[in-house]
Design a protein around this ligand. Structure first.
Ligand code: SF4
Length: 189
């Protein structure tokens, strides 16, 4: 299959998913950017749950993202927590209502249905291939990758767990599965 065909399939899938995202947003009386922000905050690590990191992830200005966060706070879906070491830094955490909404909205209903039709081994193979394509494109692109610790050059596996060599802080088994704004690929995988 040529990259042109792959591009066309991805485009059509993206259109389907975007269209469903718009319907889900309407159902929650939100906009797609609000749902994307909630989803990001549900999967990012503690170095990445700031207003600036969210703005980078969404490719928006800090001012625009600030308006998005304000609405999510007013709706009781997100709460700001001061950093224990630096009070000037605020961490954006999902509230129980925010977590519930994310569980309802992801994955997209059409993919949930496809999950019941496509055999598990094919889903695994598809996931691995899409992951490789994403990693390759992110590496070529040279922008922030927002990926997980397992593929990061700063991640060190130790007998007692994991260490982030960039921050010199230990990482829990759960944290190494969360996406990070400081992520840098160790190699194209
Ligand atoms: S190891 Fe990499 S991805 Fe993980 S917390 Fe450190 S910088 Fe982020």
């Amino acid at each position: 299959m040529s990259m042109l065909e792959i591009h066309q399939f991805l485009e059509r899938l993206s259109n389907l998913i975007r269209s469903q995202a718009r319907q889900s947003s309407d159902a929650f009386d939100l906009q797609p950017v609000h749902l994307n922000s909630l989803y990001y905050l549900s999967i990012c690590n503690r170095y990445s749950d700031t207003l600036l990191a969210l703005a980078e992830y969404l490719s928006q200005t800090k001012g625009t993202t600030s308006q998005t966060v304000k609405l999510l706070e007013e709706r009781g879906l997100v709460a700001k927590h001061p950093d224990p070491k630096d009070g000037r830094v605020g961490h954006l955490k999902l509230t129980a209502s925010g977590r519930k909404l994310v569980r309802q909205a992801w994955p997209s209903p059409i993919l949930k249905e496809a999950e019941t039709i496509i055999p598990l081994e094919q889903q695994d193979a598809l996931r691995d291939q899409l992951k490789q394509l994403l990693h390759t494109c992110q590496s070529i692109n040279g922008q922030k990758t927002f990926a997980v610790c397992h593929s990061c050059r700063h991640n060190e596996k130790r007998a007692e767990g994991y260490l982030c060599r960039l921050t010199q802080e230990p990482l829990s088994a759960e944290e190494v599965t969360q996406i990070c704004r400081e992520h840098e690929f160790s190699e194209i995988t």
